[in-house]
Design a protein around this ligand. Structure first.
Ligand code: GDP
Ligand code: MG
Length: 163
C-alpha cells in the first residue's frame, strides 16, 4: 500500500499549491483504492522509487445547506482518518490564527503523525517568525514555499519516514 498524506489547513494557506507540487497525476488513482471516496482531491506522487498518495482538502463546492465551515470540518476529518501522515499547512505571513488553533486541537487528539509546514516562507529559512509555530507543540516547523519549491523535499522525506 502506498502511504497516504493528507494536506490540512484553513483556506488560502497554500494547500492546493502544495498538492500540485507533490503530485504528478491527479484523481486517476482513486479507483484503485476502495477505501478512498471521490469527494476529495487525490494525487499520485513519487520521491525516488517511493510512491505515495496526497489528499487535498477544501477543493469542494461550499454547500449552502450545510455551511462551508461544517463541510470543511467534515472534509478535514475524513481526510485525516484515511491518512498515514498529516501535513498541517500554515501561512507564515499570517501567523497563528484562532482557526489554526482549532485545527491543531483537533489534530492533537487524532493519533496521527502530524508535520507542521509553514508555507509562504520563501527566503525565510531562519526567520524569527517561525518561532510562533513551535508553540503549537507539534514538532519542528518545516518552512516551505509551495509556490517556489523550497523546503519541499525535506518535508516529504519526513512525511514518508518509516514507509
Ligand atoms: P488553499 O486554499 O489552502 O488551497 O491555498 P491555495 O493553494 O489556493 O493558495 C492560496 C494563495 O496563496 C494563492 O494566491 C497562492 O498563489 C498563494 N500561495 C501558495 N503558496 C505560496 C507560497 O509558497 N508563497 C506565496 N508567496 N504565496 C503562495
Ligand atoms: Mg485549495
Amino acid at each position: 500500500m502506498k502511504p497516504v498524506i493528507a494536506l490540512v489547513g484553513r483556506p488560502n494557506v497554500g494547500k492546493s499549491t502544495l498538492f500540485n507540487r507533490l503530485t504528478k497525476s491527479r484523481d486517476a488513482i482513486v479507483a484503485d483504492f476502495a477505501g478512498l471516496t471521490r469527494d476529495r482531491h487525490y494525487g499520485d506522487g513519487r520521491l525516488g522509487d517511493r510512491e505515495y498518495i496526497v489528499v487535498d482538502t477544501g477543493g469542494f463546492e461550499p454547500d449552502s445547506s450545510t455551511g462551508i465551515v461544517k463541510e470543511m470540518a467534515k472534509q478535514t476529518r475524513q481526510a485525516v482518518a484515511e491518512a498515514d501522515t498529516v501535513i498541517f499547512v500554515l501561512d507564515v505571513r499570517n501567523g497563528l490564527s484562532g482557526q489554526d488553533q482549532d485545527i491543531a486541537r483537533y489534530l492533537r487528539q487524532c493519533n496521527k503523525r502530524v508535520l507542521i509546514a509553514v508555507n509562504k516562507a520563501e527566503g525565510m529559512q531562519d526567520s524569527p517568525l517561525l518561532a510562533e509555530f513551535h508553540e503549537l507543540g507539534m514538532g519542528e516547523p518545516h518552512p516551505i514555499s509551495a509556490a517556489h519549491g523550497q523546503g519541499i523535499r525535506s518535508l516529504l522525506e519526513a512525511a514518508l519516514e518509516g514507509f
